[in-house]
Ligand binder design. Structure first.
Ligand SMILES: CC(C)(COP(=O)(O)OP(=O)(O)OC[C@H]1O[C@@H](n2cnc3c(N)ncnc32)[C@H](O)[C@@H]1OP(=O)(O)O)[C@@H](O)C(=O)NCCC(=O)NCCS
Length: 168
């Protein structure tokens, strides 16, 4: 059997390990998160949208991963969800390219699921581009299952969105 990992381009952390901690995002993180969105997303979230989530105007939980092994602690990844009526909606998760495949994305998502559960949510939902097999593999690893397909959902290229959810 061919492993999924061998089918796609590897992300390359230099030594595949980084020490990091996870914490709630602060207003000071805004510009880094905007940069991360621009680097990693075909339809990046705006500074305004991220800013209102950081101010928690939207019932949002925003977590960042911060590298602990650099002199100036730097944000290397983040995730963002809205917690509404007992359901958590994952809006985005992203890790800077050079820190991928170190467990950062997984740790962020596990923590977000735990915080959502503690806040009373019973499920987490998300949409992922059909072509995004890295993210799909992460979600499957953490127990998300496919619920359906939203055809032509993404405005930039008309790609389908796969809908996934997990019980918390
Ligand atoms: C998706 C993303 C957040 C994963 O972050 P990461 O820190 O590299 O992921 P981790 O190192 O924690 O990997 C956890 C699991 O994800 C899956 N995964 C991550 N990268 C993968 C890759 N290149 N190939 C295959 N599986 C991969 C694996 O299941 C992995 O578990 P394993 O190491 O036991 O095989 C990262 O690739 C990213 O920022 N992508 C761009 C933004 C994006 O697409 N976000 C999702 C929007 S819906």
């Amino acid at each position: 059997m061919i492993r999924l990992r061998s089918l796609i381009e590897e992300d390359n952390a230099e030594d595949n390990s980084v020490e990091f901690t996870i914490r709630r995002a602060k207003q000071d993180d805004l510009l880094t998160l905007v940069k991360l969105e621009e680097y990693t997303s075909a339809s990046p979230w705006s500074e305004k949208a991220l800013g209102s989530d950081l101010l928690n105007e939207t019932g949002a939980v925003v977590l960042v991963a911060e590298a602990a092994n650099t002199e100036n602690k730097s944000v290397i990844g983040y995730c963002d969800a809205w917690l509404v009526a007992g359901e958590a909606q994952l809006n985005n998760i992203a890790v800077f390219q050079q820190y991928r495949r170190c467990g950062v994305g997984e740790a962020l998502l596990r923590e977000l699921m735990e915080e959502s559960r503690k806040a009373g949510c019973t499920t987490m939902n998300l949409e992922v581009r059909k072509s995004n097999i890295k993210a799909y593999a992460l979600y499957e690893k953490l127990g998300f299952v496919k619920d359906g397909l939203r055809r032509g959902y993404y405005e930039d290229n008309g790609e389908d969105a796969v809908l996934m959810s997990v019980g918390l």
